[in-house]
Design a protein around this ligand. Sequence first.
Ligand code: E4P
Length: 219
Amino acid sequence: MKFFIDTANLNEIREAQDLGILDGVTTNPSLMAKEGITGKDRVMQHYKAICDIVDGDVSAEVIATTFNEMIAEGEELAEIDDKIVVKVPMIKEGIKAINYFSEKGIKTNCTLVFSAGQALLAAKAGATYVSPFIGRLDDISVDGVALIEQIALIYRNYSYSTEILAASIRHPMHIIQCAEVGADVMTGPLSAINALFSHPLTDIGLAKFLADHKKAGTK
Ligand code: E4P
């Protein structure tokens, strides 16, 4: 399972990259705004800064919502770095744009996916990644992990190469459940990734090993 970090914060990206288990980054307009990154030039520079840190795919989302504008914006984003994946919303114009990018060999991430039907369209258009938002589904009492499982079954049935990128991850159990049902990738906050490290028995066990070692050394 690939691990992506879902942030535009450079320090968090560096921290995750330093762990040696990071496979990529996803961003969105809200995450960029949270870091105070506004204006085309600054946005482009920030994507480049992210690409320079991370060893893997970096999703950069288009703001445009019409086919021609998405193509122009996506091609410009793709020129920033080979690591850029053009993130396109799940709308009719977006599916047309994904089809276009796919024929041009530009990687895409179909975002804002909330149903199996939408995921099927993304795969048919040739998306590199499809991003079902499982946390936002859970927020409205719909089982987000069940959607990942359903999409995995459909993609297996037809051998689609589109990778399932479980997005809107909120906590470590989401990561584990997505791994169980076969998500190819998960993208989550640093807090969810860091939470995977924790187990009280690890802490107790390590403390005892170190104490016993110290005791043996004093004999
Ligand atoms: C995915 O690519 C999105 O950026 C993200 O996972 C959305 O997460 P949220 O629902 O926590 O905003």
